[in-house]
Design a binder for this molecule. Structure first.
Ligand SMILES: Cc1cc2nc3c(=O)[nH]c(=O)nc-3n(C[C@H](O)[C@H](O)[C@H](O)COP(=O)(O)OP(=O)(O)OC[C@H]3O[C@@H](n4cnc5c(N)ncnc54)[C@H](O)[C@@H]3O)c2cc1C
Length: 455
């Protein structure tokens, strides 16, 4: 689950070293067909020439479709294009594809949320309108069918979150990449897209600068968080220079930074369960973990839009006890019993909750007798959002006014876009991958239709 991964710190990149080795080790098995297909792309060095015309497209013998970015949105777009009979190259800046997707599976890959379509759609807020047709065609049930089609056994948790039984992303990704290779999709890694030169897409690669002249392009370069996994948002400058309207990136599903006093140190790593978080008009019952830098966890992530807008953060440490009951119980406390003893013995609060209560009530010099109110609405003083690069996802990106209903950029006919690059946001719970897959599939289909129509 996204909620837990941020605790992982330094070991976070270990799975990629393993994955890179595995991808390299498995490469020769498919080498022959892959090598044949690899030559279909019209790779042009600055003085190179374009491949000849032929069978299905304008120029057979060359890749007609280029997908830039090999995350879930790009891979599903590539699959749709290949299914439609077009040759496809996926170019990715990193040494292997889908690194963020693999990271998402590190503590449980939450693929989607099994809930009615209209309920699911509401999670996308203002973007729900334009996402509607895409998610209607690839909703929670379709996501599950797709994952099962890749050999994944799934289960649905009590809150409707859907996971592979293995909890990991790697078995699914391995099966997916094999299926893509069988469909003729070529993957070029360490190919960083740096922009366009006329109709050509230009890349920085280990072999120097390379250009491709595809008939159609799908951009799927992700948002602007966890840049070490590939999604650094650098593409935004290129698109802006090309007149594509963008909304500024902002953290979504972000952890909270709090400058703790040394008293909190023994509680780092402890979970705050059965609490209710509040910020502006947002409320959430999920849990959060106390970390050295603040608070993190699914319970807090959904409050990010309110916190971004400057709302204060509060927590109800006893959401199942009413304010009146608490007040009565406090009034009944013997004068010899300290507040700490009362919190522990009468309310049976976990030590980490008591520590948080003291930490914050000291900061505001809580007047005597106000303890019950503070327990129900404890302000988290000094709470701010962690840096955007640490956020699970980002808001902002390509504005909906920049593309048509097929996700094609109006400023660049033949260029489609998908995934977290687009300006939408949603809480964790499987909504992120659902929209990435739905928009990727939609863009891939629209790009295939566009290719067919222009041939
Ligand atoms: C810790 C963590 C846990 C998560 N857990 C979940 C979860 O459980 N459920 C869920 O729904 N979502 C989860 N997410 C979010 C989810 O992983 C992302 O929303 C999703 O991966 C975005 O897909 P994408 O294809 O749009 O972009 P990405 O997956 O970010 O892929 C973009 C790709 O584009 C490539 N790229 C970028 N720039 C260039 C360039 N210039 N040239 C070439 N290639 C480029 C990158 O290398 C990358 O491979 C999690 C995210 C994180 C960080």
């Amino acid at each position: 689950m996204a909620d837990l991964v941020q605790q992982d710190g330094g070991s976070a990149l270990a799975p990629f070293e393993f994955w890179d080795q595995m991808v390299q080790a498995s490469a020769p098995i498919r080498d022959r067909t892959a090598a044949e297909r690899a030559d279909r792309i019209a790779v042009r060095h600055h003085t190179g020439k374009v491949a000849p015309r032929g069978a299905k497209g304008k120029r057979a013998g060359m890749a007609q479709a280029l997908v830039i970015g090999g995350g879930p949105a790009g891979l599903i777009a590539a699959e749709e294009l290949a299914k439609a009979g077009h040759s496809v190259v996926v170019a990715d800046a990193k040494p292997s594809v889908a690194r963020k997707f693999l990271m998402a599976g590190k503590s449980g890959l939450n693929l989607t949320k099994d809930e009615p379509f209209e309920t699911l759609l509401k999670s996308y807020g203002a973007a729900a309108d334009w996402l509607r047709p895409m998610i209607a065609e690839f909703d929670a049930s379709e996501v599950q069918t797709w994952a099962r089609g890749l050999g994944q056994e799934l289960f649905t948790g009590s809150t409707g979150r859907v996971f592979p039984v293995s909890m990991k992303a790697s078995p699914l990704l391995r099966a997916w990449l094999a299926r893509l290779a069988d469909a003729g999709v070529q993957v070029r890694t360490r190919w960083r897209w740096v922009g366009w030169d006329g109709a050509q897409s230009v890349f920085d690669t280990d072999e120097g600068r390379q250009s491709l002249s595809p008939d159609v392009t799908v951009l799927a370069m992700g948002g602007a968080s966890w840049s070490r996994l590939g999604s650094d948002g650098v593409w935004a400058d290129v698109l802006q220079d090309n007149g594509v309207p963008l909304a500024q990136f902002a953290p979504a599903n972000s952890a909270i930074s709090v400058d703790w006093s040394p008293h909190m140190q023994p509680h780092f790593g402890a979970a705050l369960k059965s609490v209710q978080w509040m910020a502006g008009e947002f409320e959430s019952r999920g849990e959060a973990v106390i970390s050295a830098t603040g608070l993190e966890g699914g319970g807090l992530y959904s409050l990010t839009p309110a916190l971004r807008a400057g709302a204060d953060l509060f927590v109800d440490l006893v959401p199942d006890v009413t304010a009146t009951t608490l007040q009565d119980r406090l009034a009944a406390k013997s004068s010899k019993t300290t507040v700490s003893q009362w919190l522990k013995k009468s309310l049976k609060l976990q030590p980490q909750k008591i520590a948080l209560f003291h930490e914050m009530s000291k900061r505001c010099a809580l007047p005597k007798g106000q303890e019950a109110n503070a327990l129900k609405q404890l302000p988290i003083y000094g709470a701010g959002l962690r840096p955007m690069d640490e956020a699970i996802s980002t808001a902002g990106g390509i504005q909906s006014g920049a593309f048509n209903e097929g996700l094609m950029l109006t400023k660049r006919p033949g260029v489609f876009c998908a995934g977290e690059m687009l300006d939408w946001e949603a809480p964790t719970g499987g909504y992120l991958l659902t929209a990435c897959l739905a928009t990727g599939r939609w863009a891939g289909r629209a790009a295939a239709d566009w290719l067919d129509q222009s041939n």
